[in-house]
Design a protein around this ligand. Structure first.
Ligand code: HEC
Length: 106
């Protein structure tokens, strides 16, 4: 590998590591969150956050009314009424990533 490519690869890797170690949302966590959303949440909350099931929160319309990250975390982990609990199915990181994705929908 020539030196230029190696340097570029190293620079890219350190950006990835900065994102991975950060408590702030990064590109990668939002992408991971979207994957989780499409797999587990989309059937009720709809493709672009427009609810597909009556009563499921419309993340597009309710964007400003959504709770804090902590409230959403609790809702996802423990469930609320028609909202199933994802405790044991999703790790804390996965829940956090999906919340970051929800905040990008609107
Ligand atoms: C079986 C259908 C269903 C699935 C699957 C589902 N939800 Fe929900 N969700 C609901 C319903 C219904 C509500 C409204 C609960 C209530 O307040 O009565 C809700 C509420 C929520 C809330 C609370 C929103 C607010 O108003 O503060 C969050 C956050 C949420 N869902 C996230 C998710 C995420 C993330 C996933 C995927 C990991 C998911 N949901 C999967 C049906 C679902």
């Amino acid at each position: 590998m020539d030196l230029k490519i190696a340097t570029l690869a190293l620079a890219f890797l350190s950006v990835v590591m900065i994102f991975a170690g950060s408590a702030e949302p990064g590109v990668f966590s939002v992408v991971d969150g979207r994957k989780t959303y499409n797999k587990l949440c989309r059937m009720c909350h709809g493709g672009k956050g427009v609810s597909a099931v009556p009563g499921a929160t419309d993340f597009r319309r309710k964007f400003d009314m959504l709770g804090s990250d902590r409230d959403m975390f609790t809702a996802i982990q423990d469930g609320v009424r028609g909202m199933p609990a994802f405790l044991g199915l999703l790790s804390k990181d996965e829940i956090r990533n999906v919340i970051w994705y929800l905040r990008t929908i609107n």
